[in-house]
Design a protein around this ligand. Structure first.
Ligand code: ATP
Length: 384
């Protein structure tokens, strides 16, 4: 938790466009029309992350979360924009300077198996980040390994094991141990619990929370759905097609989401109780459009249950600061006319053919033609 007003990270108008032919999803490939088309994965993102603060980053698959995180650490080169870390721009640092800087700003990848060299023992994996940049002798390294194992709640007996001998949850703990080995000020964690069993997820989230407090570090925690980031985050950022649609206090965004997209994400949280209303568990209108051919104006207008009219298709909505300090990019707020709760609920229950409310739709229809689970990329269950 933070009460600091000193930013550790300042991100200004960050963009990352991938050129056509450089990969991406099947839909991106099909939509590629010429060599000068671009996948606009991150499209002008600005925010500050304070000392000792956690921001949860959420949004459906393909909305640019990973690309944003990797661009911040220059694991992929941003197309434009500026990133300042502790007041210093990292945009123009040389490769060597940036590698050194990454001891202070670490990245945790989603898949722990591919993040760990299978031929190295756990003790060497934990030592490696220290050996590269610090001058510890053998005894100091051994002590540091023991300390790290304690911090990541693993028994000392795993030291001489190899990654394949550990469960998915244990491997992710080692990945986190490697990230904190150099005492960083910032960690970008890209879906660190996706694909793990629910109970393992919550243990790892709790551990990350404890580490964040103990090390007083700042955390950008990327996840698919709001419920995962709810408790660990001070603030939540919602991304849609490379844009921030809502950014504000975590509890406020969760309990009272304001952007129509955030409301849809909340409705899409997988039900945790068999008596929950299934209608509250799915996003109603298929997948987001491809960032290779994003809609004009507000990128969410093609699916928006609170669509107003031409303005949504023609202009990108500037972020509006609400009374509680959160930022929302939606024409409703620009017009000083937030979507009314009841009206919104009515819209959201209609069957949506082209992404907008249909006057002829049966409001009781189940809409199964269009529904997709926001958890579609949830991955395998880890059997720790
Ligand atoms: N190397 C690449 N070349 C071309 N397009 C890419 C590349 N990497 C990502 N993309 C595209 O950029 C967009 C954003 O991808 P990104 O992985 O950042 O989204 P995400 O929100 O992290 O999704 P997920 O939750 O599935 O990881 C997608 O359309 C993706 O296909």
């Amino acid at each position: 938790m933070t009460d600091s007003d000193t930013p550790v990270l300042e991100v200004e108008e960050l963009t990352k466009y991938f050129s056509a032919g450089s990969g991406g999803s099947l839909l991106d490939t099909l939509l590629r029309r010429s060599d000068d088309s671009y996948v606009k994965a991150v499209d002008g993102v600005s925010f500050e992350l304070m000392e000792n603060e956690t921001i949860g980053v959420v949004g459906e698959s393909g909305c640019g979360k990973s690309t944003m995180g990797k661009s911040i650490l220059r694991l992929i080169e941003p197309t434009s924009g500026d990133v300042r870390f502790k007041g210093e721009s990292v945009t123009d640092l040389s490769g060597r300077q940036m590698r050194k800087k990454r001891t202070e700003m670490q990245f945790i990848f989603q898949d722990p198996t591919s993040a760990l060299n299978p031929k190295m023992k756990i003790k060497h994996l934990l030592n490696e980040p220290l050996e590269n940049f610090y001058d510890f002798d053998k005894a100091e390294l051994a002590q540091r390994t023991d300390d790290l194992l304690e911090q990541i709640d693993l028994p000392k007996t795993v030291k001489d094991r190899y990654p394949h001998e550990l469960s998915g949850g244990q491997k992710q703990r080692v990945v986190i141990g490697r990230a904190i080995a150099s005492n960083p000020d910032l960690i970008v964690a890209d879906e660190p619990v996706t694909g793990l069993d629910v109970s393992v997820q919550s243990n790892i989230i709790t551990m990350l929370e404890e580490i964040q407090e103990e090390f007083e570090l700042s955390l950008l925690f990327i996840a698919h759905d709001l419920s995962v980031v709810r408790y660990i985050s001070d603030r939540v950022m919602v991304l849609y097609l490379g844009h921030i649609t809502e950014l504000g206090d975590s509890e406020a965004v969760f309990t009272n989401p304001q952007h129509p997209y955030t409301r849809e994400l909340k409705r899409a949280i997988p039900r945790s109780h068999p008596d929950d209303d299934p209608a509250e568990t799915e996003i109603t209108e298929g997948e987001p459009p491809s960032p290779l051919d994003p809609p004009s104006g507000c990128p969410f207008h093609t699916r928006c249950p609170a669509y107003i009219g031409d303005i949504c298709e023609e202009e990108y909505p500037d972020p509006v600061e609400l009374q509680d300090g959160r930022l929302v990019s939606c024409h409703h707020f620009e017009e000083g006319d937030p979507p009314i709760e009841g009206e919104y609920e009515q819209y959201a229950k209609t069957t949506i053919a082209d992404g907008r409310p249909s006057p002829t739709a049966d409001s009781e229809g189940d809409g199964t033609d269009q529904v997709v689970s926001a958890n579609a990329n949830g991955g395998d269950v880890d059997g720790q």
